[in-house]
Design a protein around this ligand. Structure first.
Ligand code: TRP
Length: 336
């Protein structure tokens, strides 16, 4: 039996925050160190173009996200780490899949439907502002996954539908042209530990503007933590850890023992200022080393470039084999 292939992509439109770290980066890196898996992590920069038409932002975000994964300890000898746009085979596969994908399937994609609903609510043309990139987003995502025949795809809940569509598309292709694709499975954290709360207590997310950046300065981290919304209970009054963003964040970085101690401190009425101070110390203690590494990498893009070029070579070797098999299967063959 070959190793289980685990693959996930990160859309390169923003700056990584604590929620990305706890929910995606940290668990993915941990999993990539297991000997029974073969991990593929990539910067989904083709996908970024769907949402973002600011070249500088796309460029900066790719760099920041690449530096983040490397600074957090991703071992690129073990995992294959690359930019989607460095793998032309993905773009080619995207077309082969597009040709077997029912338009009706894409009509049901919720990212597209959300745009249509919004337009309808505003009495606008239903397709106002909808590009073919947005409409076909799930096909490109299927190409990302199927190019490497990934078994498992760790994603947030909002992406489950896309993985199901990738399965549908793969099954359709297999039905028409023979068995080429493994049907991928979404992997979603069962408990809520992967969903970190943001400053306002909702899920930490760029779209809610409630994030704490991962590798900003120590001062900004402290400032971010101090901005977390709390209730008005005074020092000495018992506080409920299970209804507290401060505790939630603390837990995401603490050992079981530390979590237990903090739970007791809440019961004993720790002051919010004190709890935030302890939270800062804990998080900062874990981030200061990777932060230094991050800054070092950001000032040396050539090092990042070299790592990604090597990753692209590894990834392309596989994708090339796959694409040549598929070209054969659909009839795009040399005459002699
Ligand atoms: N669409 C995913 C997101 O926004 C990113 C992504 C692109 C992805 N291609 C992928 C995730 C392939 C998993 C597999 O989160």
């Amino acid at each position: 039996m070959g190793k289980e292939i685990v693959l996930t992509g990160i859309t390169t439109t923003g700056t990584p925050h604590l929620g990305n770290y706890v929910g995606a980066i940290r668990p993915a890196i941990e999993a990539s160190n297991r000997s029974d898996t073969d991990s593929f992590f990539f910067l989904a920069d083709y996908h970024a173009l769907i949402k973002c038409q600011e070249p500088e932002r796309v460029k900066q975000s790719r760099l920041e996200i690449a530096a983040t994964w490397l600074a957090c300890g991703l071992d690129t000898d073990k995992a294959t780490f690359y930019r989607q746009s460095d793998i032309p085979e993905i773009a080619e596969l995207n077309w082969l899949l597009t040709c077997v994908t029912a338009k009706g399937l894409m009509n049901r994609a919720h990212a597209y439907k959300a745009s249509v609903d919004e337009n309808v609510a505003k009495d606008q043309d239903p397709d106002f502002g909808v590009t073919m990139g947005l409409f076909c987003y799930p096909v490109l995502m299927a190409a990302d996954i199927l190019a490497f025949n990934a078994h498992k795809v760790p994603v947030g809940r909002d992406q489950i539908q896309h993985i199901e569509m990738a399965r549908d598309i793969a099954a359709r292709f297999n039905h028409l042209f023979g068995h080429h694709f493994t049907l991928p499975q979404a992997v979603v954290a069962e408990d809520d530990s992967a969903i970190l709360k943001g400053l306002d207590g909702r899920k930490m997310s760029k779209s809610y503007n409630n994030t704490i950046p991962l590798f900003d300065t120590e001062k900004k981290l402290k400032k971010g933590i101090n901005k977390i919304v709390t209730n008005l209970l005074e020092p000495g009054e018992p506080k409920d850890p299970d209804d507290s963003t401060v505790f939630d964040l603390y837990k995401a970085f603490a050992s079981d023992e530390q979590t237990k101690e903090m739970r007791q401190k809440f019961a004993d009425g720790i002051a919010w200022g004190e709890a935030k101070k302890e939270l800062f110390e804990l998080v900062n203690g874990q981030l200061s080393e990777p932060r230094e590494k991050y800054l070092e990498l950001m000032s040396n893009p050539a090092e990042i470039e070299a790592v990604l070029q090597a990753g692209a070579e590894k990834a392309r070797a596989r994708a090339r084999t796959m694409i040549s098999e598929l070209r054969n299967a659909v009839g795009l063959v040399d005459f002699v």
